[in-house]
Ligand binder design. Structure first.
Ligand SMILES: [Zn+2]
Length: 285
């Protein structure tokens, strides 16, 4: 996938003007915090880490500018998320890792996927923070925050629905953030060949992430497109209603569309056709 930002000052979305109310926490206090997981403790070992308490988030990083930018974004995303998903008061721990050696050391072994650049575990979010690509950072962080919110609301969402919502809402939130900084988020998605597109029936039957990285990428792409086309059809206001029903009320996604939105078999087919067409066309946005 190709990431880019339209506009010049790519690296200017910095932390000038971030609130002074954020307070520092000492490394000793963080190490003594029994609420952190073993992974959290091991990641921040050493005295070069910066820890900031921003109220709704606690940020930890190997680079001060990174944690400030990440906390600014996280607070923006939380406000947006409150409009879409049931809000929760959980205080999240953000581990913002800028040094690739620190990332490799701490996260690859845990996740097991060599290409993973973010992970979420209970109330802890770990993100690799590339200071040369703040646009990609924003997308990653937004995506993980959606996961965090979904899991606090309904931990057992179907894989495609969880990834589709994280992909779609995460992208929309990151776009809004970049827009608020006078920059547009852009990506070029290559067309997907028809034979690589799995049917909605197959997609919704998946109960685990595929081991094959190519298949996993297809799952992400297709799930996001599915939610995007649903949002195009019903509008973002009703998408919120859809999310509440599957998340808070525990309804099955297709029952929501049938019972609450009056979807017929033809509507489901038309939606699937549209998703297929969009995937085959590729797109820039
Ligand atoms: Zn995800």
């Amino acid at each position: 996938m190709f990431w880019a930002v339209c506009g010049a000052a790519v690296c200017l979305a910095g932390w000038a003007g971030t609130p002074e109310r954020w307070s520092r926490i000492s490394s000793e206090d963080v190490q003594a915090d029994s609420g952190l997981s073993a992974l959290g403790h091991s990641v921040v070992k050493g005295d070069h880490w910066v820890h900031l308490d921003a109220g709704d988030f606690v940020g930890h990083s190997d680079l001060e500018s990174s944690v400030r930018e990440a906390l600014t974004q996280a607070q923006f995303f939380r406000r947006r998320l409150n409009n879409t998903l049931p809000s929760e008061e959980t205080r999240l721990q953000l581990f913002v890792i800028s040094d690739s050696r620190n990332w490799d050391k701490s996260l690859h072994s845990v996740d097991g996927r060599q290409d993973a650049l973010a992970a979420q575990y209970r109330d802890e979010i770990f993100v690799f923070w590339d200071t040369n690509n703040l646009a990609a950072d924003a997308v990653r962080l937004a995506h993980e925050l959606v996961h965090g919110r979904l899991q606090s609301c309904r931990p057992n969402l179907p894989v495609w629905l969880e990834e589709g919502l994280a992909g779609y809402l995460g992208w929309e939130m990151a776009s809004a953030y970049r827009h608020s900084r006078g920059q547009e988020l852009f990506r070029k998605l290559p067309p997907v060949s028809g034979r690589d597109i799995v049917s909605m029936q197959e997609l919704t039957a998946m109960t685990a992430y595929p081991d094959d990285p190519a298949l996993a990428r297809r799952l992400y792409r297709q799930s996001e497109e599915w939610i995007r086309q649903l949002a195009v059809r019903i509008g973002n206001d009703r998408l919120r209603e859809f999310v509440h029903a599957v998340c808070r009320e525990g309804m099955l996604w297709n029952d929501v569309l049938r019972d609450r939105f009056g979807y017929s078999d033809q509507d489901f087919s038309a939606l699937e056709d549209e998703v297929r067409e969009q995937l085959q066309g590729g797109r820039e946005r």
